[in-house]
Design a protein around this ligand. Structure first.
Ligand code: FEO
Length: 172
C-alpha cells in the first residue's frame, strides 16, 4: 500500500510527464511549421516517450494498490524564438524534470519506501539520457548554424532517423 505523500508525489509526476509530452508535441508542431520535418519527427518521438514514462508511473501506482488521480495539464505554448531555442528549452525542461525525480527519490527515502525507491532508479538513469540527447542536438544545431543552409538540411535529415522504441521491461 502506498503512503499518501508518496501517492501524491507520484501522481504529480504523472502530470509532469504528460505535460512533457504535450510540450514536445507543441515543439514538434512548431518545428514542422519551420520546414524542419526531421527535427519535428525527433521531437514527436520524444513526446511519445514521455507518454511511456507517464504510463510506467500509472501502472506502478496501481500495482501498489494506490489510486491514480489525474490533474489538469497546462498549455505548453506554441512559438519559440528559433528551432535551436526550442531544443534549448527542451533541455532546460529535462533539467527541471531531473530535479523533480531527485525530490521524489528523497521523499521515498524519507518514508522508507524501498519499493518506490527501487522503482525510481529507472527514472534516475533515464534522466541522464534525456539531458544528454537534448544537449547533443543543441550542439549539432550550433554546428549546423555555422555551415549555412546545407548544414541545417543535413541535420534535419539526421534527426529524421530517430525512431520510437518501446521501453523494455528490464528497464522498468
Ligand atoms: Fe520523462 Fe523527458 O522525462
Amino acid at each position: 500500500m502506498l503512503k499518501q505523500p508518496i501517492q501524491k508525489a507520484l501522481n504529480e509526476q504523472i502530470q509532469a510527464e504528460l505535460y512533457s509530452s504535450y510540450l514536445y508535441y507543441a515543439m514538434s508542431a512548431y518545428l514542422e511549421s519551420k520546414g524542419l520535418p526531421g527535427a519535428a519527427g525527433w521531437m514527436r518521438v520524444q513526446a511519445m516517450e514521455e507518454l511511456t514514462h507517464a504510463d510506467k508511473l500509472f501502472k506502478y501506482i496501481n500495482d501498489r494498490g494506490g489510486r491514480v488521480q489525474l490533474a489538469q495539464i497546462g498549455a505548453p505554448g506554441a512559438e519559440w524564438p528559433s528551432p535551436a531555442a526550442a531544443f534549448e528549452a527542451a533541455y532546460n525542461h529535462e533539467v527541471s524534470i531531473t530535479e523533480r525525480i531527485n525530490k521524489l527519490v528523497d521523499i521515498s527515502r524519507e518514508h522508507s519506501d524501498h519499493n518506490t525507491y527501487n522503482f525510481l532508479q529507472w527514472f534516475v538513469a533515464e534522466q541522464v539520457e534525456e539531458e544528454a540527447t537534448a544537449s547533443e542536438v543543441i550542439d549539432k544545431f550550433r554546428l549546423a548554424d555555422t555551415g549555412g543552409g546545407g548544414g541545417m538540411f543535413m541535420l534535419d535529415r539526421e534527426l529524421a532517423t530517430r525512431a520510437f522504441v518501446m521501453p523494455t521491461s528490464e528497464k522498468g
